[in-house]
Design a protein around this ligand. Structure first.
Ligand code: GDP
Ligand code: IMO
Ligand code: MG
Length: 440
């Protein structure tokens, strides 16, 4: 699948000369991480997902064919890449089997290159039922989750009541533990006013998928250490974005994992010394799916217009994404937290038709100018964005492949971002396809 469009050569692989790289979303998710990972995976031997689960939707477009990866690492479309689902990921066996089946139906079976950590927690039907029950109970205050059972699965992990993939080594024993967990969760479900799950039906639903994925379960941390000793090249695939981080995101409207470098280290089993370059993916404007404050939101026809041009509908849930101008307060915040070395700026082409482009450079909170994200959600809800307006280029850029050919106003937009956040922009997305990229 990977061969007919050539990927950039190895000189484009690294921002600082490091062999390995981490790819993180620096906004509210959906920045275009899948495309960047697919691009960089061409020079990578091992691609590792480290956190999140099937809440992620990473789009890769190769030769005009679109694939959306949820649990499988986005490097899977390169025949040479080993793909690891690390211990920090929460693995839904049904979602993983469905994803594999979709690739197999398309004539591409990556099974022999896939490994799932024995320490990764399993997302079970009861977690998805709980996710929906919690959201219903919250009413207007709901998080707007993807309903993939992510929060309840991580809650079980932290409460030390979860089930890990290693349990799949003894399937009869696993089924006993599964039924015990379901009985416990049924008590919560009833308490929340939701229907209890039928134990036999839930077990019947999940056991075939569990049996199937059992063969992928391995000690991935040991595998990664051996691969590192053999000097193999890694790519760590972040999911979600830093503003959805459980600690630093817009809490409580966040996901339930650490979406920055911390999550990469804890969720892979490799040390910080193996990370290499930290590459931050930034969309040229802002989007957010689900509830929660979004200071730059354009709840007007301009927002609708960006959504339409950018195709801003969730890759996992199909929900319309909320759209706004680029928020440099948020991007700078994310860069600082994660020591970002270089930026991949995506979807610049979506701004092609704008005559002028506002960018948010600070917020006003209670009459004072601030340049960081306040911790208190009620404060974030009332900040007013302060914009600087830059000229647009009003020319299509999707066919452009070299930096020198970009319109001067597009270069000025990039330079403005670099100056504001203090990090160089190394990749510029000019379209969804693998080859639609400018590399500096
Ligand atoms: P991810 O979750 O960060 O991988 O991002 P998603 O796949 O959810 O959403 C990004 C969307 O933008 C996908 O539809 C991509 O195909 C598309 N995309 C990525 N980079 C570019 C780009 O530079 N230009 C355009 N027009 N689309 C892009
Ligand atoms: P990728 O990897 C965008 C959002 C949900 C919701 C919140 C919590 O494709 O960028 P959860 O189901 O995780 O409990 O939902 O987080 N969310 C994402 N938004 N992109 C994602 O992933 C997301 N994963 C979760 O919409 O607001
Ligand atoms: Mg996505």
């Amino acid at each position: 699948m990977s061969s007919s469009v050539s990927a950039p050569n190895s000189t484009t692989r690294s921002a600082t000369g490091a062999r390995n790289a981490v790819v993180l979303g620096l906004q509210w998710g959906d920045e275009g991480k899948g495309k960047v990972i697919d691009l960089l995976a061409a020079q990578t031997q091992v691609v590792v997902r480290c956190q999140g689960g099937a809440n992620a939707g990473h789009t890769v477009v190769v030769n005009g064919k679109k694939s959306v990866l949820h649990l499988l690492p986005s490097g899977i479309l390169h025949d040479g890449a080993r793909c690891i689902i690390g211990n920090g990921v929460v693995v839904d066996p049904l979602a993983l089997c469905a994803e594999l089946d979709e690739l197999i139906a398309g004539g591409y079976d990556p099974s022999s290159r896939l490994m799932v950590s024995d320490r990764a927690h399993l997302v079970l039907p009861c977690h998805k039922a709980l996710d929906a029950a919690f959201e219903n109970k919250k009413g207007d205050a709901k998080v707007g989750t993807t309903l993939r059972g992510i929060g309840p699965c991580y809650a079980d992990k932290v409460a030390r009541t979860g089930l890990r993939c290693s349990e799949l080594r003894d399937l009869p024993m696993f089924e006993k533990k599964l039924r015990a967990l379901l009985i416990q969760v049924n008590e919560y479900l009833v308490h929340l006013g939701a229907a209890a799950l039928d134990l036999d039906a839930a077990a019947k639903q999940i056991m075939p998928a569990c049996t199937r994925i059992a063969k992928f379960v391995a000690d991935t941390a040991s595998f990664l250490h051996e691969a590192a000793a053999a000097n193999q090249c890694f790519l760590f695939e972040g999911a979600q974005g830093v503003l959805l981080d459980i600690d630093y995101g817009t809490y409580p409207f966040v996901t339930s994992s650490n979406t920055g470098v911390g999550g990469i280290i804890a969720g892979s089993g490799l040390s910080h010394k193996q990370l290499g370059d930290i590459i931050g993916v930034v969309k040229a404007y802002s989007t957010r799916v689900g509830s929660g404050p979004f200071p730059v939101e354009l709840a007007n026809s301009k927002g609708d217009d960006i959504r339409k041009r950018g195709g801003e509908f969730g890759a996992t849930t199909g929900r319309p994404r909320r759209c706004g101008w680029l928020d440099l307060v948020a991007v700078r915040f994310s860069c600082r937290l994660n020591g970002v070395d270089a930026i991949a700026l995506t979807k610049l082409d979506i701004l092609d038709t704008e005559a002028s482009i506002p960018v948010c450079v600070a917020y006003e909170l209670d009459g004072k100018r601030i340049d960081t994200i306040p911790a208190r959600i009620d404060d974030l809800a009332k900040v007013k964005p302060i914009y600087e307006t830059l000229p647009g280029w009003q020319r299509p850029i999707s066919a452009i492949r070299t930096y020198a050919d970009l319109p001067p106003a597009a270069k000025s937009y990039i330079a403005y971002i670099e100056k504001h956040i203090g990090v160089p922009v190394r990749w510029i997305g000019t379209g969804p396809g693998r080859e639609e990229i400018v590399i500096r």
